[in-house]
Design a protein around this ligand. Structure first.
Ligand code: GTP
Length: 404
């Protein structure tokens, strides 16, 4: 049955009832200026433009994301002078606060993408038994919520095995669905372990431009510093001056030493090699290596990343100890293609999924877990250094289907 029919059914069911509040549409995303002739993106990867800063950075320096350095645009007229509006009258009642806690933001982000899923579940099951037609509708609903074909089929097979022919309430169905999803996610929910004996533990961070690599490095740095570890970072995206500067700002804020290229376009592999040598000598515990996410084609990107790995291995076969692929959840199924492409290039050991606070398509995490079984080390729920959390399978699954 087409999704439209599901929606029609849902609307019919809710006639007379107070309509659900529509999920807020995702914020307008500003397109990045096209890169120069050398810096194009491999078409296979279809990068997302950087997400906009959705809230004004607060006053404390530690909290705000570092400034993005932009090239001057002589063709763009200066912005008009903005006259500040007169002060607003004092509100009668306090506005509800923006959800600030991690779970609140994760749930807010997920609920935007899964409102459709949870409503459709209600539409599928409230009127009749769990029969063949209902199962077919459930599978379509799960696929349209980005869970992927394989995971959706597995979940439906579980329902068929255990609940076929039974009637159940919405809450029972959602709860059962959350359990099936949690069963897929639990094996991949593994925090990133830093081995003290490696001195330093080298973490190579890869991914398409704009997915949140640099921010994730900053977030990891913040966490490791809080654990009392000595962190070094390498600005390996040597072609993008803004990326280097961004990492330097994050280094200052999170108390990490940053190794930056001496000149634009310097050899990233050589930079990483020297950085590891110096980090060892300095007694660093962790070395976080940023990389380019965009080169003129996929082969160039592959050559660059492989060279970084090959040269790092001169320090020891186990280096890099972890290779993290950073994925932007808002890209939905495109994240699945990115894993395939990057697995061809390097030995990806784990994933970090970012932007789960925004208009995320959280269901894709289930598709990733089912298809690749790679550890999901952490999830990003904001732009600040503190906005990285371990991936909790059960909480995530329950949020995804709209349960607390
Ligand atoms: N809302 C939200 N924004 C995020 C998150 N992680 C990163 N961002 C934002 O996404 C944008 C891109 O992040 P970067 O860390 O620069 O991404 P990158 O992969 O290093 O990008 P390149 O340097 O272009 O390769 C920035 O505006 C970040 O603030 C997250 O978890 N939530």
């Amino acid at each position: 049955m087409a999704l439209r029919d599901l929606w029609n059914r849902l609307r019919g069911k809710e006639e007379g009832a107070k309509p659900e509040e529509a999920p807020p549409s995702p914020p307008e995303v500003a397109k990045e200026a096209p890169p120069g002739a050398v810096q194009e993106t491999p078409p296979e990867l279809v990068p997302e433009p950087p997400a906009p800063v959705t809230e004004a950075p607060p006053a404390p320096v530690q909290e705000a994301p570092p400034p993005v350095i932009e090239a001057p645009r002589p063709d763009v007229p200066p912005p008009p002078v903005v006259v500040p509006p007169p002060p607003a009258p004092a509100p009668v009642a306090a506005e509800p606060e923006e959800p600030r806690g991690f779970f609140a933001r994760l749930k807010a982000g997920l609920s935007r993408s899964t409102a459709k899923l949870t409503q459709s579940i209600t539409g599928v099951f409230t009127k009749r038994k769990l029969d063949d037609e209902a199962l077919e509708e459930l599978e379509e609903t799960l696929i349209s919520a980005d869970l992927g074909v394989a995971a959706s089929q597995r979940i439906v097979a579980g329902f068929r095995r255990t609940r076929f022919g039974r009637e159940a309430t919405d809450e029972e169905i959602k709860s059962a669905l959350a359990e099936e999803i949690a069963a897929i996610l639990t094996p991949v929910a593994q925090p990133l372990e830093i081995t003290p004996g490696h001195a330093p533990h080298v973490v190579l961070v890869v991914g398409v431009n704009g997915t949140g690599k640099t921010t994730t490095i900053a977030k990891l740095s913040e966490q490791y510093r809080a654990q009392g570890l000595k962190v070094w970072m390498v600005a390996g995206d040597t072609f993008r001056a803004a990326a280097v500067e961004q990492l330097q700002v994050w280094g200052e804020r999170t108390g990490a030493h940053v190794v930056a290229p001496a000149k634009h376009g310097a050899d990233a592999a050589g930079l990483a090699f020297d950085a590891l040598r110096d980090a060892r000598a300095a007694g660093a515990d962790v070395l976080l290596v940023d990389t380019a996410g965009r080169l003129h084609n996929k082969t160039a990107l592959m050559d660059e990343l492989r060279k970084v790995v090959r040269v790092l291995k001169r320090h020891g076969e186990a280096v890099p100890h972890s290779t993290l692929l950073v994925l932007d959840a808002t890209t939905g199924q495109n994240a699945v293609s990115q894993v395939r492409v990057f697995k061809e290039m390097v030995e990806v050991t784990g994933l970090v999924v970012t932007k789960l606070d925004g208009s995320a398509k959280g269901g894709v995490v289930v598709a990733l877990a089912q298809e690749f079984g790679l550890p999901v080390h952490a999830v990003g729920v904001g732009e600040k250094a503190a906005d990285l959390r371990p991936f909790e399978a059960r909480d995530f699954a329950r949020s995804l289907v709209g349960l607390d």
